[in-house]
Write a protein that binds this ligand. Structure first.
Ligand SMILES: [Zn+2]
Length: 308
């Protein structure tokens, strides 16, 4: 039988190619696929450096939602390029999980058209941290960085919410949960109930001490950890570090319990805050990164909680 080869019309071929599922490898080594249409971008292989902030990419039938804008503008541009490979739909929303510049500087790359959302206080917080000198310093690092900063404007959330907010886009539901004084001036966790994926913001870091500012209390952290654990997530994406499981939240709770216990015992022995900082008695956390200055902010917070 002499059959002519079937020619696939170009338009159909283009459609097949455009709907071909992309693997994280297609996108580059810093991308990880965690569910169909849900990806995380984060750099955790810089020698001697802590992992950079993660960016969550959620593709829906009605456009893309981003969770944070990447640590720096070159990362934001890499994320934008990757998204164009998934879909021709626009980036509709960008959620800032905190106010710090390593989560928000790249907002200008996506907005407009994206509407930026943050918990109440995010806009004021980003503005209060904004330091043009930091950008100048970064731009001096490389031509790539200078190029990526082209067109920079300080973009802050156009929309703020109090306590809870829900985004419904196609089949996807995103529940935004305001966290209370756990890291920055305004922190937001994002929960996808159908996919059982939780973006836990800065409530917990992987084997690393958090930096606890004066207004952060261990009581608030523990109460938010409890609230997030109650959602029963299968995948937990922290603000920094690889996506993991709910065990991260359990480990973090355990750390604060141990910390309160050890600091409490030393207070009972009559030791001063300085003495406790010198020898906090936390041998099981020797391998955690973040450094002594960060650990000290945790000891201070425990001391404040116990001396109340
Ligand atoms: Zn931060």
């Amino acid at each position: 039988m002499n059959r002519k080869p079937t020619l696939v019309p170009l338009a159909v071929l283009a459609l097949i190619l455009s709907t071909r599922p992309l693997s994280a490898q297609d996108l580059g080594r810093h991308f990880q696929k965690i569910r169909d249409g849900i990806y995380v971008y984060g750099v955790d292989d810089l020698p001697g450096r802590d992992p950079t902030s993660n960016c969550g990419i959620i593709v829906t039938q009605e456009g893309v939602v981003l969770i944070d804008s990447g640590p720096n503008p070159p990362d934001s541009l890499a994320i934008l390029k990757a998204i164009k490979q998934f879909t021709s739909m626009p980036i509709r929303f960008l959620i800032n999980t905190e106010t710090h510049n390593d989560h928000t500087t790249g907002n200008f790359v996506f907005s407009p058209p994206a509407v930026v959302i943050g918990a109440t206080g995010t806009t004021a917080g980003i503005k209060s941290y904004y330091d043009p000198k930091r950008n100048e310093k970064l731009m001096a690092e490389s031509n790539e960085m200078r190029e990526a900063f082209r067109g920079f404007r300080l973009v802050t959330p156009q929309m703020e919410f109090n306590d809870r907010m829900t985004l419904n886009l196609g089949d996807r539901t995103l529940e935004l949960i305001q966290l209370k004084n756990i890291h920055s001036d305004a922190d937001t966790a994002i929960w996808l109930p159908k996919e059982r994926v939780l973006f836990s913001a800065a409530t917990a870091a992987v084997n690393r001490f958090g930096f606890l500012r004066q207004f952060v209390t261990i009581e608030n952290i523990k109460s938010d950890l409890k609230k997030l654990k109650a959602l029963n997530p299968e995948i937990v994406v922290p603000a920094h570090g690889r996506p993991t499981t709910v065990e991260l939240l359990t480990e973090t709770e355990r750390f604060y319990d141990v910390l309160l216990d050890r600091v409490g015992k030393q207070i009972a022995e009559g030791k001063s805050l300085d003495e406790i900082k010198k020898d906090p008695g936390l041998p099981e956390y020797k391998t955690w990164t973040g450094g002594k200055a960060r650990l000290d902010t945790n000891i201070e917070a425990a001391y404040r909680a116990l001396k109340k």
